[in-house]
Design a protein around this ligand. Structure first.
Ligand SMILES: Cc1cc2nc3c(=O)[nH]c(=O)nc-3n(C[C@H](O)[C@H](O)[C@H](O)COP(=O)(O)OP(=O)(O)OC[C@H]3O[C@@H](n4cnc5c(N)ncnc54)[C@H](O)[C@@H]3O)c2cc1C
Length: 277
């Protein structure tokens, strides 16, 4: 909260914010800066924003949208240094020598699991504290939930660390069921959201092993959903922009590991209800 208050105080009309890292956090911060009347410059190391978490179609959409809102986006940009005087930042020096002047800088370049305490306790940790679907660590008296855990992702037959509120809530239910001797809850489809300007992005699932993307709706009109399909047509993930019906239907389809044909997904005369049936 204290960080958020400091950041907001820096975002006066006309002030400029350099955002290092074009992930969801960085994009949301840039959108908030614009809403408060400040300038925003996103500095991204990769060749597109959201490179780690989204497909190129979604990256392109968000880049175009943010630029339309007055955000400057520098991609393929290395940060060499933060420069300033008297304890205040005044600019970001890029690897190519250019100085991006700014009144404040925000670094949003990812997180690592805070698992030191678990490591000291001798628990198995690999990119987070290893837990099972009952939130158990390898010590029967110690449970772990939330961002700090590496957990099974049963729909995808692998382990993963999820940073989202729905994941923390799901794992809380798993731990509570185990502690109280109740049956384990049904595994949920991971889901995430991000609000930027009047765009509501909702993501269901994780696009592991997907080889094809079906585009349902109108990207230019900012109302669409991207369905990530495996080679056999199983829907692994759905990224929905202002398309809650597709998001909700997508979650049901992913939970049931349903296979769909790309042409059917893209055919708007076939309703989501029909696709999810
Ligand atoms: C800027 C930002 C925006 C986000 N936006 C979204 C969003 O829109 N939607 C969404 O689903 N998720 C969002 N997230 C992710 C979401 O906040 C996390 O997934 C969620 O808070 C995880 O809950 P948690 O309880 O695992 O961890 P936290 O909320 O991080 O809570 C862990 C707590 O444990 C404390 N702690 C750590 N180590 C110790 C220790 N050794 N002893 C005692 N206490 C300790 C920490 O100080 C902290 O208070 C966002 C995260 C950030 C940073």
């Amino acid at each position: 909260m204290a960080d958020a208050d400091r950041l907001k105080a820096a975002l006066q009309p006309g002030a400029s914010l350099a955002v290092i890292g074009g992930g969801y956090i960085g994009l949301e911060a840039a959108a908030s800066a614009r809403a408060l009347g400040a300038e925003a410059i996103i500095i991204e190391r990769e060749s597109r924003v959201l490179a780690r978490v989204a497909c190129p179609i979604l990256s392109e959409f968000f880049q175009t949208f943010h630029r339309g809102q007055g955000v400057t986006i520098e991609v393929d940009a290395q940060v060499a240094a933060l420069e300033g005087a008297n304890g205040r930042v005044g600019g970001v020096r890029l690897g190519d020598g250019r100085l991006i002047a700014c009144d404040a800088a925000l670094i949003g370049v990812g997180a690592v699991a805070n698992d030191e305490l678990a490591r000291e306790a001798g628990l198995t940790c690999h990119n987070g504290i290893a837990v099972d679907l009952a939130a158990r660590t390898d010590d029967p008296a110690i449970f772990a939930i939330g961002d700090c855990t590496s957990r099974p992702l049963p729909l995808y037959d692998r382990l993963g660390r999820l940073e989202s509120v729905p994941n923390a809530l799901e794992q809380a239910k798993q731990a509570a069921a185990m502690i109280c001797g109740k049956p384990p809850p049904t595994p949920e489809v991971p889901w995430f959201w991000s609000d930027q300007y009047d765009l509501r992005l909702q993501i269901a699932g994780l696009p592991f092993d997907s080889t094809e993307i079906a585009v349902r709706g109108d990207v230019e009109a900012a109302r669409f959903a991207l369905f990530h399909l495996t080679a056999t047509g199983t829907v692994q993930a759905v990224e929905a922009v202002n398309a809650s019906t597709e998001f909700m239907g997508g979650r049901r389809i992913i939970a049931r590991r349903k296979r769909l044909a790309r042409a059917d997904i893209e055919d708007m005369s076939i309703s989501m209800q029909q696709l999810a049936a």
